[in-house]
Ligand binder design. Sequence first.
Ligand code: ADP
Ligand code: ADP
Ligand code: ZN
Length: 218
Amino acid sequence: MRLVLLGAPGAGKGTQAEPMSRELGAVHISSGDLFREAVRQGTELGRQVKSYIDRGALVPDEITVRMVMERISAPDASKGFILDGFPRTLEQARALDAALAQHGISLDGVVYINVSPEELQRRLGGRWICRRCQAVYHEVYSPPKISGRCDRCGGELYQREDDKAQTVKKRIDVYSRETAPLIAYYREADKLIEIDGEQDIDRVRRDITAALKNCKRT
Ligand code: ADP
Ligand code: ADP
Ligand code: ZN
């Protein structure tokens, strides 16, 4: 299946993408993870995008679209993909539709995880991520078994610099302005699957699984 996970920063996209990817046999493609990896490796792309990420702004569409399309073209994505954090603007959404249409394919659905702004702040403030495998934890809602260590791979957990309160506020504003219009865009295209993201992690996962059973494949 070819799916998009849509939702504000902290809605739970990364958390849900992992089990979905295993269940559906589709690769998890996170634009944020791809950017952070480029920054870590100090590549040309990493140098171009670092300042945007640090201040909670969006990376320009042209750079973002090029990177994600390249990733989608890799052989492992031909069986299906789950896009997490992309598209984030109408221009990105249109570019994605156009690129898929060129190959005679389209998205099967867009899973929109709906969470209130107050809850987003709580989630991002307590988020910890594994340096090695990018698994996502929360100090209260989803703590690791051993503090500071990843349950899955034993890697070190860290807090993202852009999860500081000031930058979080900015990112949620950017989401409301630039990304929220995609909800109407995909609703009109009859692709939108809305999920109540305020429930606990398992409940959200069950709702997504149930909704996808009814979603028609193209
Ligand atoms: P996103 O990828 O949308 O930014 P994440 O998946 O990284 O969001 O989740 C943000 C934070 O909220 C993480 O700390 C995660 O453990 C926690 N979280 C995710 N889903 C839930 C949920 N349904 N209930 C409580 N906490 C959650
Ligand atoms: P979140 O947990 O908020 O969903 P991500 O890891 O998806 O965060 O994104 C982190 C940062 O990477 C964003 O604040 C932005 O600077 C950049 N970024 C990620 N995806 C995109 C995109 N599709 N368009 C523009 N910038 C992006
Ligand atoms: Zn790990």
